[in-house]
Design a protein around this ligand. Structure first.
Ligand SMILES: [Zn+2]
Length: 209
């Protein structure tokens, strides 16, 4: 299905660009982990310029909706406000790079904003709104913006490994992250259900500091 594109003129980023932006989103995800958050990071890129760079801030803000994407969307809205730019035009030409498949809430927000393309890392088997649980981007939904394109599974192994944070945290922290999120089934460890065995493999092979 054709992307929304805000009236045309949207350029599909080349593979090299996609990789470059995703690597930057991964750095942001690692920063989230270092700050005690579930490691998800994202960028919103408009005409080769980063207008939004978000990471999970749920614990820090005690706001369950402070997902990386919502943080970045807020920054783009602020940029448009300050520059006097048209929201429809800017969002219609902005690409989201995010390390984990957006949840249902974020996918719906992105669709309402008519974003043309989402590039993401690993899948979100528990809460994913881009194919895993619901398919917000392409479903026939009334009054919910325009369909958008997805490019899944870019650097997905790196995205998953952020959840272990091998080089970043000690054993206690990682266990707390695992047990505090996944084992007790709190809704903030989206990939563990699908990749539990892989995560446990990472944990066993970590050189804990
Ligand atoms: Zn979300």
């Amino acid at each position: 299905m054709a992307p929304a594109g805000g009236g045309g003129g949207f350029r599909m980023p080349e593979q090299r660009e996609q990789q470059q932006w995703m690597e930057q989103a991964l750095s942001t995800a690692k920063e989230a982990l270092e700050n005690g958050e579930v490691p998800v990071g994202c960028l919103m890129v408009y005409q080769n310029e980063i207008l939004g760079q978000g990471r999970n801030e749920v614990n820090e803000t005690k706001n369950a909706t402070s997902h990386a994407e919502m943080v970045a969307i807020g920054q783009v809205l602020e940029w448009c406000h300050q520059k006097g730019r048209d929201l429809e035009e800017v969002f219609g030409h902005t690409v989201l790079y995010v390390t984990v498949e957006p949840c249902i809430m974020c996918a719906a927000a992105l669709r309402l904003l008519n974003i043309p393309l989402v590039v993401y890392g690993c899948q979100n088997e528990r809460f994913g709104g881009c194919g895993s649980v619901l398919n917000i981007p392409t479903d026939d939904l009334q009054y919910t913006g325009a369909p958008f394109q997805m490019l899944p599974e870019l650097l997905s192994e790196s995205s998953i490994s952020c959840f272990c944070g091998q080089a970043l945290v000690g054993y206690g922290h990682c266990l707390a992250l695992v047990y505090g999120t996944a084992v007790t089934c709190q809704p903030n460890c989206p990939v563990l259900a699908a990749h539990e065995h892989r995560l446990l493999h990472y944990m066993r092979n970590c050189k804990w500091s």
